[in-house]
Design a protein around this ligand. Structure first.
Ligand code: PEP
Ligand code: MN
Length: 362
């Protein structure tokens, strides 16, 4: 896939990195949209957002003002000379948004998760030249995310970007949606040309955490940020805890440390190269050691097979899991890594022994 990058979307504005999308979670009243967007624009927003149709977890919450809010966000765009974006979740939303002259569409996390919905929206956009930003699905499934991107690309939309808004998992504390940075990083590896915007608001669910997440996104070289901004956040009709007052948005941006992803500074490059040579050597040793370990595992499998013993001895696994994790942590590594590392080695050991056990059967 060959995407058109955000700065070439032809929106008539001079995009500067990092791209900033800001505006309220939901359009509530005309005044609230105009004031929130004006505040966001004054702090450097390059696109203005407002949710018109809101996908809410429970019924009887505010489900969006509906199409009567479209002229409000358009008016905010006009007043601040900025393009505007709204979320669309079905073909009727697309029709209304296009009729109102919305400049950019975004697909919400609860829509990306559903291939019927993304295909319906993509079909409704056949032959339309409009940029689309696609949020990650609520669940941590990168293929659903890529699948949605492919559906829009297949409908002829080349002005595409992704938005990382975290994942709904059972243990997400302190976040509302766990960032799982490895997923957008993997998206970047698989679609290197695709620009990814981070949405700290929906990751954090709490305005206090926004600076930390926004900084991390910048350090991971995301293309931009989408941050919910409301003129009076505490009184917001949706996502009150996570929205920022325009001045607070300004403070977050001012405190961001922006680092460049590359340089041609010779000294730095030489120093980095030396360190990377060491890393490459260690990685080679690690893989060789792992191969050696698995040869022993194979011999153990053979031995168990000959003696009619099961592959797994739970009491040994319980014991080695705990002491290997502790030893890994003692080397200065995180508990999360230690557990995943030991589990991954053990899974491979089981796979190898299963192969030995069933050799003749297979
Ligand atoms: C939103 O951006 O207001 C929104 C509903 O986001 P998400 O789809 O990420 O939950
Ligand atoms: Mn929101």
């Amino acid at each position: 896939m060959k995407f058109i990058n955000i700065k070439d979307w032809g929106l008539g504005i001079n995009f500067q990195h990092p791209y900033l999308i800001a505006g309220p979670c939901s359009a509530e009243t005309e005044t609230q949209v105009l004031q929130s967007c004006k505040g966001a624009a004054e702090q450097g927003a390059m696109m203005l957002r407002a949710g018109i149709w809101k996908p809410r977890t429970r019924p009887n919450s505010f489900e969006g003002i509906g199409k009567k809010g479209l002229p409000w966000i358009k008016a905010a765009g006009k007043e601040n000379q900025l393009p505007v974006t709204v979320e669309v979740a079905n073909k009727d939303h697309v029709k209304e948004a296009l009729a109102a002259g919305v400049d950019i569409l975004w697909i919400g996390a609860r829509t990306t998760v559903n291939p019927f919905a993304t295909q319906e929206i993509a079909d409704a956009l056949l032959g339309v030249d409009i940029p689309v930003m696609i949020k990650n699905p609520v669940n941590p499934d990168i293929d659903l995310w890529i699948g949605a991107i492919e559906r829009f690309y297949g409908a002829g939309i080349k002005k595409l970007a992704a938005i990382h808004r975290g994942f709904s998992v059972s243990r997400s504390a302190p976040f509302r949606n766990l960032p799982m940075w490895e997923i957008p990083i993997e998206l970047g590896r698989r679609l290197p040309q695709l620009e990814i915007i981070c949405d700290p608001s929906h990751i954090c669910g709490n305005r206090k955490l926004i600076p930390e997440v926004a900084q991390k996104a910048m350090d991971l070289h995301f293309a931009g940020l989408m941050i919910e901004t409301h003129i009076d956040p505490d009184e917001a009709w949706s996502d009150a805890k996570q929205q920022l007052q325009p001045n607070a948005l300004g403070a977050v941006l001012k405190n961001l440390v922006l680092r460049k992803s590359e340089t041609d500074d010779k000294n730095f490059l030489a120093q980095l190269e030396t360190l990377r040579v060491d890393i490459d050597k260690i990685d080679r040793e690690l893989t060789q050691l792992m191969g050696k370990r698995m040869k022993i595992v194979e011999a153990i499998g053979q031995c168990k097979k000959e003696n009619g013993i099961t592959i797994l001895q739970m009491n040994r696994w319980v014991k080695i899991f705990d002491n290997r994790v502790a030893a890994t942590i003692a080397e200065g590594l995180s508990e999360e890594f230690a557990q995943a590392f030991i589990q991954s080695i053990h899974n491979e050991s089981i796979r190898q022994q299963t192969r030995v056990m069933n050799k003749e059967v297979l």
